[in-house]
Design a protein around this ligand. Structure first.
Ligand SMILES: [Zn+2]
Length: 429
């Protein structure tokens, strides 16, 4: 299984055969690092089993040798993630926010699935019995009462070891790690760790395949920006129903299948109310929503990524970025994402009542830039630096919003929202 080579395999075989579906069958701690080949094989099989969904999953699972990866034959996907190896499955995972989170480094096993029960514990929300994962209670102070706002930031394509390699470029993230609860054994524990599945697991639970067995073709998991194929309710859905749409719920992503996995169904769930769920449209360069299920705020309708590349004369680090697709593969796009998010935070009535509001975002630049240039490139360094800067702006926007008199009965630290940051991926050389 482990050849120790770093040969790269091209082609879309991996994506064609490995279908992403999740039936979360096993929850528990992962085996320690030193494993025999048969133990490792068993671990991988368990991880595939967790995401297997009959009728939608593939029947052949391909595991690249350690150090190898299977890419797509396109410049934008020179590097790929999704393998079972530690460099793909170890994820940064932290909670932040006084007084709800207890500062510390936690060696407890943790996974994406734990985020929902952890947030629900803070919100004092009862989840459906089929929910996977467990609340990370040692890191919480649940007696502090429900927070006014919970902010979930998924830093897409953010390798855990970026926190070591690029520590000096990431002052905000390093501070969150230092002052928050950092889970240093967090792992993706299902395979493959593709985006739609990963995001549904973070805030939801189950998702299905981008491959249609009947037509034999790959398909968008969410055609026409519809959450129809999202088979389980997300935390946002449960919360939306529980308070009949009175919670402010905002979901944002730079692809729809990332945002929908976080935000869920909105008004397209029976008795659901519209939530704000916006996704970047790589054709128009603007923010879009399926208005059957979601609300697209007026103030986002005119935002266009054209302003980003025009301000940079169409170039970033020697690469042309002068179209709505290419501009995403630059650090500059992080500001565009943050500008929209800050606008949402400032404009929407967040934190104005006793009902916890949810802000769920997928920040995508480490993934886009990582796919094209790799985890050790000057491009990724620049991107992470910018992402850190933008994350600081977003946190300031939340704290400014919540600190503006809405919480006079509480002390200042209590005004902070917990931040959850994670995700997988990338190979080392
Ligand atoms: Zn990716």
């Amino acid at each position: 299984m482990d050849s120790g080579t770093s040969r790269r395999i091209r082609g879309s075989f991996f994506l064609d055969i490995l279908l992403c579906c999740a039936g979360l069958l096993f929850i528990g701690s992962e085996p320690a690092a030193a494993q025999t080949e048969s133990e490792l094989r068993q671990t991988f099989l368990e991880r595939f089993a967790r995401s297997y969904f009959p009728g939608r999953s593939g029947q052949i699972m391909v595991v690249p040798r350690r150090g190898e990866m299977i890419t797509r034959p396109e410049p934008a996907y020179q590097f790929m993630h999704g393998s079972p190896w530690d460099y793909d499955t170890d994820i940064p995972f932290l909670l932040y926010g006084t007084p709800y989170v207890r500062t510390g480094v936690y060696t407890d096993s943790a996974s994406h699935q734990d985020i929902v029960p952890t947030i629900a514990a803070l919100m004092k929300l009862r989840l459906p019995p089929a929910t996977a994962g467990r609340p990370l209670l040692r890191s919480l102070n649940v007696s502090a009462g429900p927070p006014r706002v919970i902010f979930v930031a998924v830093l897409d394509g953010m390798r855990k070891d970026y926190f070591d390699w690029y520590a000096s470029d990431l002052p905000t993230m390093m501070r969150l790690r230092r002052e928050g609860a950092w889970f240093n054994q967090a792992q993706v524990n299902y395979l493959p760790s593709t985006t739609a599945l990963a995001h549904a697991t973070i805030d939801g639970m189950i998702l299905n395949a981008p491959f249609n067995r009947i037509t034999g073709k790959q398909e968008d998991p969410f055609p026409n920006m519809s959450p129809r194929n999202l088979m389980a309710m997300t935390l946002a859905d449960v919360w939306n129903l529980a308070n009949d749409g009175r919670a402010v719920i905002i979901a944002q992503g730079s692809v729809f299948y990332a945002a929908a996995g976080l935000g869920g169904h909105g008004a397209c769930l029976l008795n659901g109310r519209p939530i704000i769920l916006v996704a970047y449209d790589a054709r128009s360069g603007g923010w879009q929503a399926n208005t059957e299920c979601y609300r697209l705020p007026e103030y986002l309708k005119d935002q266009t990524s054209r302003t980003v590349w025009e301000a940079a004369n169409g170039m970033w680090l020697g690469h042309s970025i002068s179209n709505p697709d290419a501009v995403r593969r630059s650090a500059l796009f992080a500001r565009f994402e943050a500008d929209a998010l800050i606008e949402l935070i400032e404009q929407e009535p967040l934190g104005t009542d006793e009902i916890t509001d949810l802000v769920l975002v997928n920040l995508k630049t480490p993934d886009f830039v990582g796919h094209q240039y790799g985890p050790e490139s000057p491009e990724i360094r620049e991107t992470l630096t910018e992402l850190d800067r933008q994350l600081a702006r977003v946190l300031t926007a939340i704290e400014t919003k919540l600190g503006a008199g809405s919480f006079s009965a509480e002390t200042t630290p209590a005004l902070r929202a917990p931040v959850l940051a994670l995700t997988a991926k990338w190979r080392t050389r």
